[in-house]
Design a binder for this molecule. Structure first.
Ligand code: URA
Length: 270
């Protein structure tokens, strides 16, 4: 028989699974969608574990792949119809194809100058970004702001965004399916801003934009090419994520060298 204590514990465990790891408002709330979205971002592992006994795992993963494909196609169709960053922001806020939105407090769209020559791309919002609704405002963001300032940039002269506009519960690593579904929104932001330079923060954003599985240590330190949807190119520099630098300060000198590389290019063509 279930006791009150049991059910309270279960509720708490459910909150933890959903990524509720801190209290940031007096009143609890859940941003539940009006209708159940095409759940592209269900963990493959979880599908395997939770598939009912009579559903073969292969069938469950095929359904996941189909849901991801449908949500990805929806995202692409939406992107084809929008003409401005404001329209794109509204479209992302209204998008119901990624289940991360259900546990997020805010949609974290890009921030900064829409005419910037350089776009910085991180991975996904953390707890502070989710609470405030702006990318890179927590500890990693403070470090990023300092590094930007050191080469004469700030949020009025560059644009900052993430692969994912919603925080993964508990800051877990984004799933490939979540990245795949949200990638059209990132690419559209880049198309609309049309930057000369892209500076990726961490391996996952470089991997997503360049469609490669190369490690960040092999990619960083040299200019790569990103092709926008009109066929024009932006020079892409892959560097470390500020969160990694906070954990591994010994790598800051390499990151600093990357910021200087960017600064040199910006000054060359200004
Ligand atoms: N880490 C990211 O990748 N993006 C943010 O916005 C914050 C932390």
């Amino acid at each position: 028989m279930m006791t009150e204590t049991n059910s309270l514990q279960e509720i708490l465990e459910w909150y933890i699974c959903a990524g509720v790891d801190e209290i940031c408002a007096d009143e609890p709330f859940f941003n539940m969608p009006k209708q159940v979205p095409v759940m592209a971002s269900v963990a493959q592992e979880s599908v395997k574990q939770n598939a009912p006994a009579n559903v073969p795992v292969r069938h469950a993963t095929t359904e996941l792949a189909q849901a991801t494909q449908t949500a990805f196609q929806n995202a692409k169709d939406i992107c084809d119809k929008v003409a401005t960053l404001d329209e794109l922001r509204c479209a992302v806020e209204a998008f119901e194809g990624c289940a991360l939105k259900m546990t997020a407090a805010h949609t974290v769209f890009g921030d900064g100058n829409p005419q910037a020559r350089v776009v910085f791309v991180g991975e996904a919002p953390g707890a502070d970004e989710d609470r405030i609704g702006t990318p890179f405002v927590g500890r990693s963001g403070h470090l990023l702001d300092k590094m930007l300032a050191a080469i004469g940039l700030d949020r009025t002269s560059c644009y900052i965004c993430n692969i994912l506009p919603w925080r993964p519960p508990g800051n877990r690593t984004p799933l490939d399916s979540e990245i795949a579904v949200c990638l059209p929104f990132l690419k559209k932001q880049i198309d609309l801003i049309n930057p000369e330079f892209i500076f990726t923060l961490g391996g996952s954003s470089a991997n997503a934009l360049l469609n490669t599985a190369e490690s960040i240590s092999r990619m960083r330190g040299r200019w790569l090419e990103y092709t926008k949807s009109d066929g024009s190119q932006a020079k892409l520099l892959a560097s470390f994520h500020p969160a990694y630098l906070l954990r591994t300060p010994g790598q800051k000198s390499k990151s600093w060298a990357d910021f200087l590389r960017l600064s040199k290019e910006l000054n060359k063509n200004s």
